[in-house]
Design a protein around this ligand. Sequence first.
Ligand SMILES: *[C@@H]1O[C@H](CO)[C@@H](O)[C@H](O)[C@H]1NC(C)=O
Ligand SMILES: *[C@@H]1O[C@H](CO)[C@@H](O)[C@H](O)[C@H]1NC(C)=O
Ligand SMILES: *[C@@H]1O[C@H](CO)[C@@H](O)[C@H](O)[C@H]1NC(C)=O
Ligand SMILES: *[C@@H]1O[C@H](CO)[C@@H](O)[C@H](O)[C@H]1NC(C)=O
Length: 184
Amino acid sequence: MEKAFTFFLLTILLLLHHVMTQTNITTDQLALLSLKSQISSDPFHFLNESWSPAISVCHWVGITCGSRHQRVNSLNLSSMTLTGTIPSDLGNLTFLISLDLGSNNFHGKLPQEIAHLHRLKFLDLSFNNLRGEIPSWFGSLHQLEVLNVISCIQINKQEIIKDEKKKQKNYPSPHNSLCFLKKI
Ligand SMILES: *[C@@H]1O[C@H](CO)[C@@H](O)[C@H](O)[C@H]1NC(C)=O
Ligand SMILES: *[C@@H]1O[C@H](CO)[C@@H](O)[C@H](O)[C@H]1NC(C)=O
Ligand SMILES: *[C@@H]1O[C@H](CO)[C@@H](O)[C@H](O)[C@H]1NC(C)=O
Ligand SMILES: *[C@@H]1O[C@H](CO)[C@@H](O)[C@H](O)[C@H]1NC(C)=O
């Protein structure tokens, strides 16, 4: 009897924990609004007009949601002439499969929290002004098939070579500032 009660109690606690730590589309919305707040210039008003809490996140410019979970699975802000930094909150978009921020003026450091995007397959950060080296935590993005960071991040060559050996990935670039990674 006592055992059964303990079991019951544990089950309730686990359920409670699950409910309290569960994320939903609101999580995605908050992460995206955080990104918007870091944009200092949006001359063509791409985000200012569309990224509003009054509109469902899945209808915002540059956003695609998955049909199954109704969570953001693609963020594409490429060539929108945006200036800003990338907030760590972007790592909360855990359903993200594709992230394209290419050809803008994102600057500053790439937050380590991007490593939380375990479903990420496509990442394009090319033609921005991000600084720093390709971080070692890139290796934790196991689903990543395409990584395009041309002229945006200085590559830590040793890291790449190490990673290449480990994962048999292909880096056709001879230059330090160019990197294209493709899973074979
Ligand atoms: C998302 O979850 C939070 C609690 O974690 C809840 O308050 C909120 O109503 C949920 N939003 C939706 C759209 O389900
Ligand atoms: C993102 O997740 C972290 C850790 O769970 C949390 O502290 C932060 O408030 C979240 N950011 C947003 C914008 O919701
Ligand atoms: C952005 O939108 C808000 C309200 O929609 C407006 O007050 C503000 O002037 C706009 N900013 C720019 C830069 O257009
Ligand atoms: C993002 O949008 C641009 C312009 O519409 C398009 O050329 C590009 O292929 C898109 N990126 C992805 C990853 O779909």
